[in-house]
Design a protein around this ligand. Structure first.
Ligand code: OAD
Length: 233
């Protein structure tokens, strides 16, 4: 690891699983309980806004009850101690990286704890519900939606993510199935740029063959072990 200076880490639902937040595609996962087309597309929101807002209100309330686990805390420790560049790109809309203590976090799929006003385009911190159509704190319009990227919408800050990859030596993917693009394609970009690539996951992801190395196990074990190795070496 001594030649590693700059690191990009991609995280997915698997890193929050042991905090009690359902993943999307495992047995009994969120997309078995709800159809994506009903709750996670712009079309669903225009067709049945109450259903969509209620779904996200429940999720927003639920994540506030959860606490970060040893994997979030280990990445926060790495963030605090790593002198080179480090970017934790998360697909997760929970705030467990931040509550675990990490600072250099980029939410490419948005955040449950923000509401986006489609009138004034401002995003505001949000802990309560949206089903009751509250006013935007900035422009007072009743046009707030969850600040979560839906299927068919462009993930956030892709330019920054690619810029970080161009500067990086190591790409690490944690707890993601590799089923959703463009996040799933980042490992391929990393390989084309000549980065080392490492996967930490409970099982092999769909893009597993793109990684130089895969370590299988629960995030609360494999992530702290890897961080200790990086900081120790
Ligand atoms: P998935 O549910 O697709 O995949 C979760 C991955 O985590 C799987 O590969 C599991 O094997 C792994 N996993 C489960 N428990 C784990 C544990 N304790 N430790 C380590 N790994 C574990 O979730 P994502 O890949 O994050 O997008 O899904 C990507 C996107 O699809 C999400 O951001 C969301 C979803 O639709 C949007 O909503 C836009």
């Amino acid at each position: 690891m001594s030649q590693i200076r700059n690191i990009v880490i991609l995280t997915g639902a698997g890193i929050s699983a042991e905090s009690g937040i359902d993943t999307f595609r495992s047995a009994g996962g969120l997309w078995e309980q709800h159809r994506v087309e009903d709750v996670a597309t712009p079309e669903a929101f225009s067709r049945d806004p109450d259903l969509v807002l209620r779904f996200y209100d429940m999720r927003r309330a639920a994540i506030q009850e959860k606490v970060p686990n040893a994997a979030h805390r280990a990445l926060a420790e790495l963030d605090a101690q790593w002198n080179g560049n480090l970017l934790i790109v998360t697909q997760n809309v929970d705030d467990l990286h931040e509550r675990g203590g990490a600072r250099r976090v980029l939410h490419m799929h948005g955040e449950h704890l923000k509401a986006w006003c489609t009138s004034c385009d401002i995003r505001s911190h949000w802990r309560g519900t949206l089903i009751d159509r509250p006013c935007c704190p900035v422009c007072q319009a009743r046009t707030l939606r969850p600040d979560v990227v839906w299927f068919g919408e462009m993930p956030y800050r892709m330019g920054e993510i690619h810029a970080a990859l161009r500067e990086a030596d190591l790409f690490v993917s944690i707890g993601t199935s590799g089923a959703v693009y463009p996040a799933a394609g980042l490992v391929r970009t990393a390989r084309e740029l000549g980065l080392q690539t490492l996967e930490l996951n409970l099982e092999r992801s769909q893009g597993s063959n793109w990684f130089h190395e895969t370590r299988l196990g629960p995030a609360t074990e494999v992530v702290p072990d890897w961080v200790a190795e990086v900081l120790g070496g």
